[in-house]
Every structure is written in structure tokens, then in C-alpha cells.
Write a new protein. Structure first.
Lengths: 214, 355
């Protein structure tokens, strides 16, 4: 998988490059600011881009803006955004510009190497990956009312779906059977009045859309 | 205060008082004449009548100004001869009235003072009386002095609060740029080593254990830094920061934050701290199933309300969490009220000044 990394901290850039290379990604370039990133993407045409939200010169939201620009120009490129803290607006902007091949993780997640690589591969495959903290905040802020309608187990499954996990991923995470997960999912969709969908991916999209609406 | 100076002080005071009294009398007679003429049927043309009217209206103001200026001379006398500084009060009707009281006193003692200079020790004692009277009537009132002191204290405390906040932010930044980054890098390296393990072994176990420890340390450091000063607060404001708190809470929190325009950084920091501490208490003690945080800006104040329908009974024990909140709120001149009857609900209301 051809990948470009944008991270302004020298220490993390080196560490991430090694992590990604060891994980089977072909790191074509590792840059330190938004402009360099856009140039690099134009030059190399990668399949995946990993970008830090904060970069020079203003250290505010260069990363997010570059990500949205890349998505606009090259819709096929999978994008993973890394952030120091949860900022709902970024999640919202990212999700409204793209509903597949996109991810938003907190920086600390890269330390959980296996989870991080799994999420990255999922994104590269067309899926989504939202940080559990991002999902928790979305659930609290945008739809606090449904908590009353779902059982704790169903909430757990909903959260895992919003993070972007497939049914198999949810089975692994909860340690229950496939049929149990199927039952939870159909209950959730029924209780939230969501139209039933067939693929994992469409389910995730339905959930994300539900959480995204106020 | 030497005897010579004391005698000179009293003599000068006597002279000044006598001259003042004379001039005052002349002005009052002038004013009296004009007023009486005006009311008993003025004789003379329109010009003269106008002069009388002007004199009647303007002279009291002139007299007041006159009293004030003579008071200045008296203070000068105290400063030059006795090196005693009496602050000039703000110019109001009340302060002029008080100055007038001193001038009357000075006039009354003019004769005894002059007589006493032949008994130097008595002169010194007399000067002390004069000084006390001058302090009382020529200087600002106790209330004014206290008000000035309160103002000064308020400013200096605000400076201290600001300095503390800036210090915390500096620590947060240093930790972020330094220890947090290195810890993340360390955890990443251990994570990669962990992924490379194919065969279980004691060494492999050691790496797994080390990686888990590093992840825990990373999480704890992040929590500590957030408690110190969350970066999101500076960058994105109270809405984002409180949402973060709510997202991490164990129970659902309803959040409503409407603060436009933003309050000063010190105030936002206190607001964040108050909500954070209150939510921690809710999680620890209240057994509530849901809580709510409502923050609104109304004019120049920030209103914060944190409520839960838990079991109530919270009190502000000395040294406890709520006592800490009261202190932190008071440090920026805010007010905190707590309502927590046993059985609930618990409501904490905080009002902070907002620029």
C-alpha cells in the first residue's frame, strides 16, 4: 500500500515511518507541513494518506484542511487524520466530505500498534475508523436521547459500529457469537428507526449519519 | 518632630486660619448683600440685577472651591514642616464639607495655639491633636481608604491568578512537547516490538508487560495534563472542552454551552475546572444516572449550572472538593451556590465575571 505521512514532530515522524513500514506499508514520503503534503500527493499519487491535524505554520487545523482538499481532488485516496484531542467539528467535516475510506484517531492510538494498523488497513479497504473517544463524544453530544432506548449491550455494539468495525470486528471485541451480534444490530436499527441495510459498510454509514444529525 | 517646627506649624496655622476667616467673611457678606438686595427689590438697571443673580448663584461654588484650596495649603503645611503626608480625597460635596470642619477647628485653636508657643512641650502635644484632626477631616474617609485598598487588592489578585494560569499552561506545553512525545515514541517502539513477537518467551512477556505499562503511563500523563490545563480549551473554547469532559464521563451528560463572545482565559479555566471537579463528584458520590451542564453568558457574567438527580446530601466540607471549588471561584471574584438536599437533586450554580 503506497502511503504518504504528514507529521510535524520529527520524533513521531520517524517512529511512525518505521511503524508503517514494518506494518507492510510503502512510505513514499514523510513531510512536515500542509503545503508539502499537497505537493507530495500530487507527485506520488499514493493510496493512503496519514496526516496530523496540527502543523505549521499556524498549528491549528492545517491538517484537516489539507485532508479535505485531498478528498476533493483525489476522492480515491484513503485518509486517516490524527489529532491531539477530540474536536467534533473535524469529525463532522471529515464525515460530511467522505463516508468511506476515512478515519479520525487520537494520536495516542498509534501506541496501540496492532489496533492502529488494523484501523489503517480498514480505511485503506474502504471502511471507516473513528476513535472511541470521538464516538463517545458524538454519542453524548448529538444524540443523548437514544441512551434511554438501547440496552447497555446495544449501546456497546452501536459504539463499536460507529468506530467503523465490521461484524467480525464486533464479534472479536465482545467475545460473542455472530448471530448474537446480528440480533443486536437488527434491534438497534429497529429501535432507532433506521432502514435495514445489507453490508457492514452501509450499516456503519447509517449509524454515523444518525450520530451526525442533531 | 522638633519643637521649633511644631511652633512654626502652629503659628503658620493660626495665620492661615485668620486670613481664611477674614476672606471667608468678606465673601459671605458679599453674597448676603447680593441676595438680600435681590429679594428686597433691587434698585438699578438690568445689568446690576444680572450681576446680583450671578453672584448669588456662583458664590457658593466659589466658596467651596476656596475651602478646597485652603485645605490644600493646610496639607502643604503638614508636609513641609512636619513631613506628614495627608492624601487628598476625591473632590465631592462631602469632602469639601469635611475640609470645612477642619478649617473651623483650625480657626478655633488659632488663639490657644498662639498662646501655647511659650510652653514648648505643650506646643508639641497640641500639634499631635492637630494632626489627628487633620487626618480625620482633611484626608480621605476610612471607607474611601478601604475602597482604594480593595481595588488594589483586586488588581493584584487578578495578576496572581493570571500568572498561575500562565504557569500551568507553560507546564502543559512543556509536558506535551517533551515527556508526552517521548512517552508516545517509547510506547510505539514497544508496540512494534510486541507485534514482532512470533514465539512466546519470557523476553516476549517482558516486552508485552513493558508496552502495557507504557500505554498506562501515557494515559495517566494525558489525564494529568488535561486536569492541569486542557489544550482544547485555549484552541476551541469552553464548548469543545466541556464536550470532551462529557464524552469521557461514565454517565450521560447533557451539555449546553452558549458563550459568545468568549470570556477571558482565566475565567474559562476556572469554569472548566469547576465543571470537571463537579462531574467527578457526581460520578463518585451521587449515584446519579444522568447529569447536566448548562453554561450561558449573560452580559458581563458567565452562568454555570451543574445538576444531577442523584442522592444529594453534598456539603462543602473544609478541605473537600466543593470547598476547593468555592476557593477557586472566589479567586476570580465569582460566586458559588450549592443546593443538595438529601434525596437530591443536587444543583451547583456558579457565576463568574466575564470581561
Amino acid at each position: 500500500m503506497r502511503l504518504i505521512l504528514a507529521e510535524d514532530s520529527v520524533l513521531l515522524r520517524a517512529g511512525l515511518t518505521k511503524l508503517l513500514t514494518d506494518g507492510g506499508f510503502d512510505v513514499l514520503a514523510a513531510v512536515g507541513d500542509g503545503e508539502e503534503l499537497l505537493r507530495s500527493v500530487a507527485e506520488h499519487e499514493p493510496e493512503v494518506v496519514v496526516v496530523d491535524v496540527r502543523m505549521p505554520p499556524t498549528h491549528t487545523d492545517e491538517g484537516i484542511r489539507a485532508a479535505l482538499e485531498i478528498r476533493g481532488k483525489y476522492p480515491k485516496i484513503a485518509i486517516l487524520v490524527l489529532s491531539q484531542y477530540v474536536e467534533e467539528r473535524y469529525a463532522h467535516d471529515l464525515l460530511s466530505a467522505a463516508t468511506s475510506s476515512v478515519g479520525y484517531l487520537l494520536k495516542d492510538r498509534v501506541a496501540r500498534v496492532r489496533d492502529f494498523l488494523d484501523a489503517l488497513r480498514r480505511i485503506a479497504d474502504g471502511g471507516t475508523a473513528l476513535d472511541p473517544e470521538v464516538v463517545a463524544q458524538l454519542m453524548v453530544r448529538r444524540r443523548p436521547d437514544f441512551r434511554a432506548r438501547l440496552t447497555p449491550r446495544e449501546l456497546e455494539v452501536l459504539r463499536l459500529m460507529a468506530e467503523g468495525r465490521s461484524n467480525n470486528g464486533i464479534v472479536d471485541a465482545l467475545g460473542v457469537s455472530h448471530s448474537a451480534v446480528e440480533k443486536y444490530v437488527s434491534n438497534i436499527f429497529a429501535k432507532l428507526d433506521l432502514p435495514p441495510t445489507d453490508t457492514d459498510h452501509r450499516r456503519v454509514l447509517a449509524v454515523l449519519k444518525y450520530l451526525g444529525d442533531r | 518632630m522638633t519643637t521649633g517646627r511644631s511652633i512654626l506649624h502652629l503659628l503658620l496655622g493660626a495665620v492661615l486660619s485668620t486670613l481664611t476667616a477674614a476672606l471667608f467673611t468678606v465673601l459671605v457678606i458679599f453674597w448676603g448683600a447680593a441676595t438680600i438686595s435681590l429679594f428686597t427689590g433691587p434698585s438699578g438697571g438690568a445689568l446690576l440685577i444680572t450681576v446680583y443673580v450671578v453672584v448669588m448663584l456662583a458664590l457658593p461654588l466659589v466658596l467651596a472651591w476656596f475651602v478646597h484650596e485652603i485645605a490644600v495649603l493646610h496639607r502643604l503645611r503638614f508636609r513641609r514642616l512636619l513631613e506628614i503626608d495627608i492624601a487628598e480625597p476625591a473632590l465631592t460635596l462631602r469632602s469639601v464639607g469635611r475640609e470645612l470642619m477642619y478649617l473651623v477647628w483650625a480657626l478655633l485653636i488659632a488663639v490657644p495655639a498662639t498662646v501655647l508657643i511659650v510652653v514648648p512641650p505643650a506646643a508639641r502635644r497640641f500639634v499631635r491633636h492637630d494632626r489627628h484632626t487633620a487626618d480625620r477631616w482633611l484626608g480621605p474617609t476610612n471607607v474611601e481608604i478601604l475602597k482604594q485598598r480593595v481595588d488594589w487588592l483586586r488588581h493584584s489578585r487578578a495578576a496572581v491568578v493570571l500568572a498561575t494560569d500562565e504557569e500551568r499552561q507553560r507546564i502543559e506545553r512543556d509536558l506535551h512537547d517533551g515527556a508526552q512525545q517521548r512517552l508516545l515514541s517509547l510506547a510505539m517502539n514497544l508496540g512494534m516490538a510486541r507485534e514482532a513477537i512470533t514465539v512466546p518467551s519470557p523476553e516476549a512477556d517482558a516486552i508485552v508487560a513493558a508496552h502495557d505499562e507504557a500505554l498506562t503511563a501515557l494515559s495517566e500523563l494525558r489525564q494529568f495534563v488535561r486536569g492541569l490545563h486542557p489544550a482544547v480549551l485555549n484552541d476551541r473554547g469552553l464548548d469543545a472542552a466541556i464536550s470532551g469532559l462529557a464524552g469521557r464521563a461514565k454517565i450521560p451528560i447533557h451539555v449546553s454551552v452558549e458563550v459568545e463572545p468568549r470570556c477571558p482565559a482565566s475565567i474559562e479555566a476556572v469554569a472548566y475546572f469547576v465543571v470537571s471537579e463537579a462531574l467527578t463528584n457526581v460520578a463518585k458520590h451521587s449515584k446519579a444516572l444522568i447529569a447536566s451542564v448548562i453554561i450561558t453568558r449573560r452580559g458581563k457574567s458567565l452562568h454555570i449550572e451543574i445538576s444531577d438527580e442523584g442522592r444529594g446530601g453534598a456539603t462543602a466540607k473544609p478541605g473537600g472538593g466543593i470547598a476547593g471549588l468555592i476557593q477557586r471561584t472566589a479567586s476570580v471574584d465569582g460566586k458559588l451556590s450549592l443546593s443538595s438536599p438529601v434525596g437530591g437533586p443536587t444543583v451547583i450554580k456558579v457565576v463568574l465575571p466575564c470581561g
